[in-house]
Design a protein around this ligand. Structure first.
Ligand code: TYD
Ligand code: MG
Length: 453
């Protein structure tokens, strides 16, 4: 029996039995589109012939070691991949339109090609001549990359079949269309079908495939998360338009640590690598100001120092504002509650603003203590000494919990000229960082010691 058409929300991917003006699942209006099934093949009750015969795990161990990764030479890119490109892997690079995805991947493609990897760059958005012009501007015109301007998936697969590249970059997945799917290009059905065919091609032909995906304003890769499940690695390219720098962040990686970041700066000549992000994030730090605290964080495998800024002011509103940029709003509420319940410092009647300077996003719980320090410093109008970094997790009881990689945090802070660290007692600080350590067991001690309350 042929499968009935289903109605799929283009925002969240939820399937519905019938069309309606509003998606029940996510509340978006006019997002539901009819999707025809791929093909109505003959019904079969028998199981497929045992094609993928299972192999014993022990047998696999005797096979040769996996082929080595290829390094692009763009160190920040290689780092985020987990130490270079794994053969036959599928990678999704998502980001807002105009953030620099095409620039990044053209530069990466050129580097891989110069390192001897047979590379093809397929653009569905620009003509080959335009891509070549961009390459010229970036000083990459002589790189042995092949260019194709194509949007028909079948044509692309035919091209790849003929060229037999080792790396194919598809820019972007939203412009691709498969002629066996009736929905419009960019719809969930098309994106899903194209991504599926390309990742399958990657696995069966041993070609690494990079899919570029535009992100919707809700922060999802358009044609929701469907693509994320199919690929090995998901990278997001982020940054504020007003800021020069861009962060490539791994959010999923089968071949390396997730949470790893690569930092770039957008210049007139393309993306430049930033080898020392801490220096960049702290570059325009002003003189010690109340509410400003430097957090010694870890992003992936690398320590990164960032400045947290808080502003606390009397509120005219019945329900004071809690505004956060670059940090979790729920976590901020928790820290405010702990400060009130365990230390007796209320924030009622006060607006609270918290910002991670430079447009960076912090997700580590280890930033708790630095957030608390910034909030208190703003509230008490008392600046912390300029040469101090802070890190530590706060528990609901008000106790400070040791965090991982304390030694690396200290080393990075020392490298950047800091002399004192405020940290939870019991952290493993290792040997001879040369920093003055102020270790504390709980928030009450911290407040008394730092703000004399
Ligand atoms: P692009 O890579 O086209 O973005 P995406 O593919 O994510 O849509 O980058 C577009 C922006 O980058 C554009 O606003 C101009 C800027 N840019 C530079 O500042 N310097 C450069 O060398 C290049 C190529 C682009
Ligand atoms: Mg682009």
């Amino acid at each position: 029996m042929a499968k009935a058409p289903s109605y799929v929300c283009q925002e969240c991917g939820a399937a519905h039995r019938k069309w309606s003006g509003r998606c029940e699942a996510c509340g978006t209006w006019n997002s539901i589109i009819e999707e025809k099934p791929l093909s109505a093949g003959p019904a079969s009750k028998s199981l497929g012939a045992l094609r993928g015969s299972p192999v014993a795990l022990t047998d696999l161990a005797t096979e040769e070691a996996p082929p080595p990764r290829t390094i692009s030479g763009v160190a920040e890119f290689d780092r985020v991949l987990g130490g270079g490109l794994v053969p036959a892997s599928a990678i999704l690079v998502g980001g807002d339109p105009g953030i620099g995805k095409s620039t990044l991947l053209l530069q990466a493609a050129a580097s891989f090609a110069r390192n001897g990897l047979k590379t093809i760059y397929v653009s569905g958005e620009e003509a080959s001549a335009q891509v070549r012009m961009r390459a010229q501007r970036l000083g990459l015109a002589d790189a042995p990359v092949k260019l194709a301007a194509e949007t028909n998936l079948r044509d692309i697969l035919t091209t790849l079949e003929a060229e037999k590249p080792e790396l194919a970059i598809i820019d972007s997945i939203q412009t691709m269309w498969a002629d066996n799917v009736e929905s419009a290009p960019g719809s969930v059905a098309q994106v899903r079908a194209a991504a599926h065919e390309l990742t399958t091609f990657a696995k069966t032909r041993g070609v690494s495939v990079v899919l570029v995906g535009h992100v919707t304003k809700e922060g999802q890769i358009a044609g929701p998360r469907v693509v994320e499940h199919m690929v090995d690695t998901v990278l997001y390219f982020e940054g504020e338009r007003g800021h020069q720098f861009r962060i490539l962040r791994a959010v999923k990686n089968r071949f390396g640590p997730a949470d790893e970041i690569g930092v770039f700066e957008m210049t007139g000549g393309g993306l430049a690598e930033v080898a020392n992000p801490s220096a960049l994030f702290l570059a325009d730090r002003e003189d010690p100001a109340p509410g400003s605290v430097v957090f010694a964080g870890i992003e992936g495998t690398r320590p990164v120092l960032v400045e947290l800024q808080a502003l606390v002011a009397p509120s005219p509103l019945a329900q004071p504002r809690r505004s956060v940029l670059g940090w979790d709003a729920g976590r901020l509420a928790m820290i405010l509650a702990v400060l009130e319940a365990r230390v007796g410092i209320p924030f009622t009647g006060l607006d609270v603003y918290l910002n991670v300077a430079g447009g960076m996003r912090v997700s580590e719980p280890a930033a708790d203590l630095a957030v608390a320090a910034a909030l208190l410093s703003a509230r008490e109008d008392a600046a912390l000494p300029r040469d101090t970094v802070v890190f530590g997790e706060i528990s609901l009881s008000g106790a400070l919990r040791p965090v991982t990689q304390a030694e690396n945090r200290l080393k990075e802070a020392q490298k950047l000229g800091f002399t004192t660290a405020i940290a939870p007692a019991g952290s493993k600080f290792g040997q001879g960082s040369g920093m003055t350590l102020k270790t504390m067991a709980d928030l009450v001690t911290f407040v008394g010691d730092t703000f004399g309350a």
